[in-house]
Write a protein that binds this ligand. Structure first.
Ligand code: PMP
Length: 389
C-alpha cells in the first residue's frame, strides 16, 4: 500500500508471502461439486454437550472477561488432562495459559523468548504459520528439511547441523501437519540430547496428540529434563472438533508462561469466555466423543492410504493427525500443477506440498477429515486423473 509513493506498511509484513493454501480455497469455493480434501479441520460438529455447556454459561450470565491466563477451573482441568494422558505435571496457577487457539500460543511463545535476529529452527514440510510467526516475532527462521525416505521424521543430527550461536529454539510438530508423521519416544530422546547439549528451548506443537493411531503418544515435555525447556502448545480445535471456538493453551516453565501472559494481557486480555466454558465440558465429559471421532479417522486413513497405494502413488502410513502426504512424482507434474489440474479436471481440492516448504515439492496433502463416501469418490477421481495424464 502506498500513499503518494510512500509505503506505510511494515517491511517485515511486506516480506511475508500470502499462504499458498488460501489460493486453493478461493479457487475451489468458486466451483460447484468440488470434493475438498484441502481443509485442515474436522468434518464433525463440536460434541453437543460442549455446545450446551457454552450456551448455558451465557444464560447464567458468564459474559465478562476471565482472568488473563484463563478460568482457573479450566487451567486445573487442562493440568489434570495433561497429567492423566501424558504424565506431565503443570501447576495450573502459573504454568498454564489459555489462548485464542494454538495459533496465539505459538505467537506468544515466540514473542516471549526471542530477541531480534535470534534463530529458530523450523522443520519442513511443516505447518505454514511457523516461519512467518518467527519472522513477526523478530526472529530468523532456519529451515531443516525432513526426509521423505525417513517418513519425514526429522533426525537429531540434522537439527544439530543447523544450530549456530544464534539459535534459540526449535519448533517441533508431532503428529505433523502436513505429513501425519509421529516422532516416538526414542526419536524424541535423541532430539532432547541435542537440545540439552546446545541449551535450547523447544516449542512443541502437540495439537494433534489425541489423534494418534498406532503407537501411544509421547509428549516432548515428558522426556527426562525436557519439561523445563519445553513450551507445550495444544488446543481444542482438532481432537474436540472446535476450530471455530478459537481455544488453545500453552504449558511451560513459570518464567516463560509469565512472559507470555504479560504479552497476552496487553494484546488479547483473555480467550473468549463462552469458549472456555465449552472447553471445560470438553475436558470433563468429552473423552468418548474424541474416541469415536478418532476411530472414524483411523478407518478413513486406512482406506485412503490403501487406495493411493493401489493407484501406484508412494504414501507412508501416517501415525497421526488427519492428513496423508503421497508422492505425485511419478506423474511428472509439479505439486502445484497437479493440484490445479486435479481441481479443474476432476473437481477434487488438495493442497500442493510445496506450500509447506520446498521439501514438500512432489507431494500433495490430502485431508481425510471427510466422509468415507466422499473419500471413495475422490479416490476414484484422482485415479482417473492420473490415468489420463
Ligand atoms: N498447529 C498445527 C500443526 C495446526 O495444524 C494448526 C491448525 N491447522 C494449528 C496449530 C492452529 O490451531 P488453532 O485452531 O488451535 O489455532
Amino acid at each position: 500500500m502506498t500513499i503518494q509513493g510512500t509505503s506505510y506498511l511494515s517491511k517485515t509484513v511486506e516480506s511475508l508471502k500470502p499462504s499458498g493454501i488460501r489460493r486453493f480455497f478461493d479457487l475451489a469455493s468458486k466451483m460447484d461439486n468440488v470434493i475438498s480434501l484441502g481443509v485442515g479441520e474436522p468434518d464433525f460438529v463440536t460434541p453437543w454437550n460442549v455446545i450446551e455447556a457454552s450456551y448455558h454459561s451465557l444464560e447464567q450470565g458468564y459474559t465478562a472477561y476471565t482472568a488473563n491466563s484463563g478460568l482457573l477451573e479450566l487451567r486445573k482441568e487442562i493440568s489434570h488432562f495433561l497429567n492423566k494422558h501424558y504424565s506431565l505435571d503443570y501447576n495450573p496457577e502459573n504454568q498454564l495459559i489459555v489462548t485464542v487457539g494454538a495459533s496465539q500460543a505459538i505467537d506468544l511463545a515466540l514473542r516471549a523468548i526471542l530477541n531480534p535476529g535470534e534463530e529458530v529452527i523450523v522443520v519442513e514440510p511443516g505447518f505454514v504459520s511457523y516461519a512467518p510467526a518467527v519472522t513477526l516475532a523478530g526472529g530468523n527462521p532456519i529451515t531443516v528439511h525432513a526426509d521423505a525416505e525417513k517418513e519425514f521424521k526429522v533426525q537429531a543430527e540434522q537439527l544439530e547441523k543447523a544450530i549456530t550461536p544464534n539459535t534459540k529454539a526449535i519448533i517441533l510438530c508431532s503428529p505433523n501437519n502436513p505429513t501425519g508423521t509421529v516422532l516416538n519416544n526414542e526419536e524424541l530422546g535423541k532430539i532432547a540430547a541435542v537440545v540439552e547439549k546446545h541449551d535450547l528451548i523447544v516449542i512443541s506443537d502437540e495439537i494433534y496428540a489425541e489423534l494418534t493411531y498406532d503407537e501411544s503418544f509421547t509428549s516432548f515435555a515428558s522426556i527426562v529434563e525436557m519439561e523445563e525447556r519445553t513450551i507445550l502448545i495444544s488446543g481444542f480445535s482438532k481432537a474436540f472438533a472446535m476450530t471455530g471456538w478459537r481455544l488453545g493453551y500453552a504449558a511451560g516453565p513459570v518464567s516463560i508462561i509469565e512472559a507470555m501472559t504479560k504479552i497476552h494481557q496487553y494484546t488479547m486480555m483473555c480467550a473468549p469466555t463462552m469458549a472456555q466454558h465449552g472447553a471445560l465440558e470438553a475436558l470433563r465429559n468429552g473423552e468418548s466423543s474424541v474416541q469415536k471421532m478418532k476411530r472414524s479417522y483411523q478407518q478413513r486413513r486406512n482406506f485412503v492410504v490403501k487406495a493411493l497405494k493401489e493407484m501406484g502413488l508412494d504414501c507412508h502410513m501416517p501415525g497421526g493427525a488427519f492428513y496423508v502426504f503421497p508422492s505425485i512424482k511419478k506423474t511428472g507434474l509439479t505439486s502445484e500443477t497437479f493440484a490445479e489440474k486435479l481441481l479443474h479436471e476432476e473437481k477434487v481440492a488438495v493442497v500442493p506440498g510445496n506450500v509447506f516448504g520446498s521439501s514438500g515439492e512432489g507431494y500433495i496433502r490430502c485431508s481425510y477429515a471427510t466422509s468415507l463416501k466422499q473419500l471413495d469418490e475422490s479416490m476414484k477421481r484422482i485415479n482417473r486423473f492420473i490415468n489420463n495424464i
